[in-house]
Design a protein around this ligand. Structure first.
Ligand SMILES: C[S@@+](CC[C@H](N)C(=O)[O-])C[C@H]1O[C@@H](n2cnc3c(N)ncnc32)[C@H](O)[C@@H]1O
Length: 271
């Protein structure tokens, strides 16, 4: 069988599998993973197994998720009631994913810290956003700030667009694999929270290309201080990841913000 036929057949197997048929994952992600794994494994069946393992790590169902049709209804009800209900509903969404739940205890400080570095951004890219856009009520952004969010989970992106629309922002969330197609849009700031270390497992060294491609003045990359089970101190490893992903010719200034669950490494591009 030719390589293309291999990919098409394996792609269909994943798309129609019990685990992924409802999710409707972008084809660009599946093809990219299959191409990579077919180059590493002699047998297509091994490439498929390894693609599925990577996909499980990327989608990370063990980190938690929402019931999207129920969440849509909750959002509509909350906006009908007013700001306090909206904040409460957003908080209940943020609580349902490990990354955002942990951040809830220091959300105001987190975004005050970010604004202390970049000021008031007029445009933001939230890369591999997960449920983080539901933290908008705590971000302190201008009402006309262009908030672009990117994820490969279509139901998540649709709910985020509904939320942005109801909040009076343009619905600029997009289903996009940021490693296959880094956003071309220019922005004041980009957020890449709690995902860069996981993306390295998909493709070692991928952050360097992504960070260089971004047309942003400030990039904020947050990385965990401890392993998920809390046992291992990850700080040295994460610092190493940042150092190896930065091309000093691209980034004029760098710094760090320290929070209980994560460190935010920030960098500023010239021009
Ligand atoms: C661990 S969550 C991080 C969420 C968020 N950044 C935060 O810290 O609150 C990872 C999210 O990134 C998305 N994701 C993973 N790889 C991606 C990629 N290459 N392009 C776009 N989204 C991606 C997943 O679908 C998931 O929603």
């Amino acid at each position: 069988m030719s390589a293309n036929k291999d990919i098409d057949a394996l792609l269909l197997q994943i798309q129609t599998s019990k685990k992924y048929q409802e999710l409707n994952l972008p084809e660009e992600t599946l093809r990219n993973l299959l191409e990579q794994e077919l180059a590493r494994h002699k047998k297509p069946v091994e490439a498929l197994k390894s693609t599925r393992a990577k996909l499980h790590n990327i989608m990370a169902p063990y980190l938690g998720d929402l019931d999207y049709s129920q969440a849509g209804q909750e959002l509509q009800n909350a906006f009908a009631q007013g700001d306090a209900a909206v904040k409460e509903t957003c908080q209940s969404f943020l609580r349902q994913h490990d990354s955002t739940r942990e951040r809830l205890t220091y959300l105001d400080d987190f975004y005050a810290g970010i604004r202390s570095v970049c000021g008031q951004p007029q445009s933001v890219l939230d890369l591999a956003c997960g449920l983080n856009p539901f933290a908008l009520p705590w971000m302190g952004l201008a009402p006309d700030c262009q908030f672009h969010a990117y994820d490969i989970h279509p139901a998540r992106v649709a709910l985020i667009n509904e939320f942005l629309h109801l909040s009076g922002h343009e619905p600029l969330a997009e289903v996009r694999d940021i490693l296959v197609r880094p956003p071309e849009v220019a922005a004041d700031a980009a957020f890449l929270f709690k995902e860069a270390h996981r993306m390295e497992k998909r493709q070692k060294g991928c952050n360097r290309g992504l960070w260089a491609a971004l047309k942003v003045h400030f990039l904020f990359v947050s990385l965990p201080k401890r392993s998920l089970d809390g046992r291992r101190d990850l700080r040295e490893r994460m610092r190493g990841l940042v150092d190896s992903s930065i091309d000093p010719r691209d980034w004029a200034e760098q710094g760090e913000l320290d929070f209980p669950g994560e460190t935010v490494y920030w960098m500023r591009k010239d021009g």
